[in-house]
Design a protein around this ligand. Structure first.
Ligand code: GLN
Length: 484
């Protein structure tokens, strides 16, 4: 199933106009979003103008572009000209983006219609959107539960049918975990595959923009539009260097049989991802998903990523260190809020005390500590060394297998308030996603089962991690699952 293909076909065949298609999404937003609260800013007028320009292209027989007429919601830490960009923080309450992020420019050029900006944990720090200064987003599958985070608004918007696709950002799991909690598909590309220009920085060595959608085909189509080297982001690159060219090739052949495609495919299942702390329901569902591949001829073998147990500790040292440096710019002088105070120092202090929420302040303090002289070697440098070991684990395993399969999250979506009082408990929900982030690897999460709990159906998802640059390979392998 591909929403993008469906929409485009209908628009090109004049079964529906882009204007009506957009109106329909806006109606769903009106009907549902007062309860779900996925959006922070919507620009109906601009969406209509964009729709009209798609329709006039259809009238003139012109190409409507790869994403012509496709409605996209954007996480509110990615700049889209004309829209607010709050990063879920009071600090940027009245900030309006003066320019487009590279991904937004590319989406617009491809004909996509930017519907609005979506809610997130403040500065993308969190796993539930409970840290947004503008109130939490609710999970469309069960309104008493969190949608995950930090891209909770983007995942909820897709799940509730309030846009066709959305963009999120992923530093330690913020695309994959909310996508998993809302029963959608979330894709974090290889670090550098998509430009970060215009993304409000959280932890720059980890941040990556990616799509959330209703199907693998949809996220692939958006990835294809937004990827590529950008001279405005020195860490970005073109996919051509792809190390897995040969192994990915077989997936590109549209006519070959399924059995042909998965012949010789080797899947590694890391034993460290199925141990303590994972819900039995989740474990069993993910094992069943992997079994399905196996029953269709894929070779599945157990592998080991021995440094997995240090992943969270390493992430929660490196990430706050970078956060403390990146967020130093919010000083009340250059942009954002400014508190009234008598001296320059008091201005800094009051601005930051008022502008930042509790979790952001916690991370700035932690990061300032881990970078401070006397502690730098013990924490930051040590964490960087272990990060290399974690990366090396993946390199070793990828010499034996093509992809790795794991659970996406240790539990089904939890209830509001369940973890928000205990930051460490909250951090543990990232246990399966931080590994690929630290190693810079592409990873995708997709639903594999639904379980009944208290009258609602809750999704369980699994994760496929690929080798560096193996983005298309995991996309294709994920797509196979939809057809198994
Ligand atoms: N939940 C993780 C955190 O709180 C991941 C955040 C992210 O990927 N932006 O840091």
């Amino acid at each position: 199933m591909s929403l993008i293909n469906d929409t485009q076909k209908k628009i090109k065949d004049r079964e529906v106009s882009a204007r009506d298609a957009v109106k329909e999404y806006l109606n769903v937003i009106k009907e549902k979003d007062s309860e779900i609260h996925a959006y922070l800013d919507i620009n109906e007028e601009e969406a209509m103008m964009q729709a009209d320009s798609v329709d006039s292209k259809v009238d003139n027989g012109e190409d409507i572009g790869l994403l012509g007429g496709v409605t996209i919601a954007v996480k509110d830490n990615i700049l889209a000209r004309g829209f607010k960009c709050t990063a879920g923080s009071k600090m940027l309450e009245n900030y309006r983006a003066p320019y487009d992020a590279t991904v937004i420019r590319k989406l617009r050029e491809a004909g996509a219609i930017i519907l609005g900006k979506t809610n997130l944990d403040e500065f993308a720090m969190g796993s539930s959107t409970e840290n947004s200064a503008y109130g939490p987003t609710k999970n469309p599958c069960d309104l008493s539960r969190v949608p995950g985070g930090s891209s909770g608004g983007s995942a909820a918007a897709v799940a509730a049918g309030m846009c066709a696709l959305s963009l999120g950002s992923d530093t330690g799991g913020s695309i994959r975990q909310p996508a998993a909690f809302c029963g959608t598909v979330g894709f974090k590309p290889t670090y550098g595959a998509v430009s970060r220009y215009g993304l409000i920085a959280m932890a720059s060595s980890l941040d990556q923009i990616g799509p959330i959608g209703a199907s693998v085909d949809d996220v692939k189509a958006v990835f294809n539009v937004i990827r590529g080297k950008d001279k405005l982001d020195a860490t970005s690159f073109d996919m051509d260097f792809r190390s897995d060219k040969e192994s990915a090739k077989r997936f590109e052949d549209p006519i070959s049989e399924l059995s042909e495609k998965i012949k010789d495919l080797r899947v590694g299942v890391p034993k460290e991802y199925f141990g303590k702390g994972i819900d039995d329901k989740v474990k069993e569902a993910v094992e069943r998903a992997i079994k399905k591949y196996e029953e269709n001829g894929v070779k599945v073998e157990e592998v080991s990523l021995p440094h997995t147990e240090y992943g969270l500790a390493v992430y929660y040292i490196i990430m706050p260190s970078e956060v403390s440096a990146n967020l130093a710019r919010y000083d009340g002088i250059r942009y954002g809020q400014r508190a009234k105070a008598d001296s320059l120092f008091d201005t800094y202090e009051e601005t930051r005390r008022y502008g930042f929420g509790e979790e952001v302040r916690r991370r700035i303090m932690l990061g300032t500590h881990t970078l401070s002289s006397g502690y730098y070697d013990a924490y930051y440098l040590k964490a960087q060394k272990v990060r290399v070991l974690i990366k090396q684990d993946f390199v070793n395993v990828f010499s034996k297998v093509d992809v790795i399969m794991t659970p996406a999250t240790p539990s089904v979506p939890f209830k509001f308030g369940d973890k928000s009082k205990d930051p460490v408990l909250m951090y543990l929900s990232d246990v399966f996603t931080v590994g690929a982030s630290l190693a810079g690897l592409p990873a995708i999460t997709l639903p594999c089962d639904w379980v009944k709990e208290g009258g609602s159906e809750l999704p369980i998802s699994f994760q496929i991690i690929g080798r560096e640059g193996g983005d298309f390979e995991i996309l294709e392998i994920a797509k196979l699952y939809e057809n198994l």
